[in-house]
Design a protein around this ligand. Sequence first.
Ligand SMILES: [Zn+2]
Length: 749
Amino acid sequence: MQVIKRDGKIVNFDRVKIENAVLKTCYSLEKKFEEKSLHEVGSKIENILLRQNNQQVEIETIQDLVEKELMHIDEDLAKAYILYRNKRNRIRRNSIYQQIDEMIQAKKNDLTNENGNMNSETPSGMISKVGFESAKEFALDSLLSLENRMAHERKDIHIHDLDFYLTKSLTCIQTDLFKPFADGFNTSNGGVRSPKRISTAAGLAAISIQTSQNEMHGGQSIHAFDFEMAPYVKMSFDNYYKDSYKFFFGDELKNVDVTVEEYEIKNIAEFDGLDRVKQHAINQTVKETRQAMEGLIHDLNIMNSRSGNQVPFSSINFGTDISPEGRCVIKAFLEAVDNGVGNENKTAIFPISIFKVKAGINRNSEDKNYDLFKFAQKVTSKRFFPNFINLDTAFNYNEKWDINDPNRWYYEPSTMGCRTRVYENRHGEKSSVGRGNASFTSINIVRLALKAMKSKKTIEERKEVFFAEMDKIMSLTANQLVERWEWQKTALAKQFPYVMKYLAEYNEGIKSSDKVENIIKHFTLSIGFIGLAEALVALTSTIDSEGNYVKGVHHGESDEAQALGIEIVRHMHLKCKEFSEKYDLNFGLIATPAEGLSHKFTDSDKKMFGTYEGVNSREYYTNSNHVPVYYKCSVNRKAEVEAPYHELTPAGHIFYIEMDGNPLDNLRAVEKSIDYMLDLNIGYISINHFDNYCLDCGSHFYDRQPVACPVCASENLDITERITGYLVGSLDKWNRGKLAEQRDRVAHM
Ligand SMILES: [Zn+2]
């Protein structure tokens, strides 16, 4: 017997398809349906059809029969099936049309605002959004197994970047610029020669970021910017030296063999002879480096890439090059961040700058780059950046790192600004260079806790249910990531020509028609989680004598909850290690940044379980393992609670604090807090505060969530704040969950 589908295609009859559809309906009702009864429905319909003795039957006929049959068994189920059937029909016919309609009427703010840094109202933004939505639907319909698709649609898990799934693209990469710059490189629009001075090198760094951004769906991070730019500072110096030598002495110099101790501008009138030539060249080099860094930051804030209107998600790691040229780059870069961009000197949204802190290099007062570490803290007090990555934690340590090795940068970890961390590698060297994340999926752990809470009374019983559910959903997630990886690895190198040829490690001898499997096995597969705080509140909740729910506590509120929190996250971490062994791939646990996700899980859990104070009573779940943004506690307390989670989340973590008032007044407090955080072995740190700018009178001020300008009372304000690792200029691009979260944030100092 054959079935005629809606599109006219003819396929063989398969009873299991009927059973799957019914099963899906049960899921939507949170209803249990015995496998036996499921098979009964399937075979009953099969028998009816066989009795009718038709060679071919239309799909609609089969669905009518299922409806009738379900009516006998369970009326609710039948109704749900009808709903499901209608919904599928509607979706099939016009879900894309519907979404387009909503988009052009700007009704669906959450749809257009999924990504804090993308303006979906511009023509290219809208047109790409239409493409994204279609691509997402195609992936769900055609590329995912039913089980994975259902887990995603039910919001048990969230598969990130589904819109890019079909392209086989990877999330992100940490870039080593030495490779593309050594011999020059090609983009789709033309070839680029190897740079010969710092201004060119910095310009090409921006081009490199833009080019790779177009081949991936996540961010681009420069691994060791100071080391990578240093040679070009020296080239600029040599050029200036030749010029000024000719100016002062009239002769052409072939080679320059001069060492610079420190790139510092001084009055050349104080120097004579060759010293004067040298100082003049130093002055010019410093000026050019400053210009270059300022230009780079401007480029990274205005250049559009991917889908035409998205600024690249760029991150720049630096801080550990102690050579005079490296120091010159770090200083000029920090000065440029400090100065801000545009006519109003606004805080630059990009790049995310990350200062690498390491004892012996910059951490302590006797260290060569200590002055730059101090300067970085001052800049972050004003500009939110740089963030700080702590190279001295046990998990960031590399036994091959040696201060006398000029290539030691290779063994230093770097990070994506958003927090994604790629370092350990079961197939090669422990290094971030030329590697990135292949894909990641987050688990809704609040749902597991709610299930446990609803089914059991004591915490011990609840834990049993919770961990059993956890293991199930983690295995499913691992399978899903592998399913995607199996798809990604079949991409050909020419699909990501720049990334595969110039940036990726382990690409020796790869031809454009080769599959990328051997390169991307060095990338990571990450499992993330949302809402540890809310899960703990659910698990530790109790029931009073009248049978009412009594809210529990999160890890900021009690030591027992904290112990359970660590137990949960360690369990997930160890599971990831198991998966790494099982699949021979780099699995890791990530403390998920929940940008587009923050209200989706919550909405769905409210429908499924009802609303529980402290668990799903707000519009969002707390990011990963953080204490809730509305929980008032000191910086030190927050740091003590969150620190232990960093070693358990090797695929990425961030610790941030919220500050009130003008941060420059708080500089001492910032310095003390950063020291304290570093001592607690926190891996990655950022400081949040406000930079408000009045669009009418031009005043800068630093209040939390201001309504009007304190100088001229204008309400025409530009507010810069951080969401999930990235800064955004104004709040009107945020989605609902994030807006609610932002309203609830309290300061820690
Ligand atoms: Zn004003």
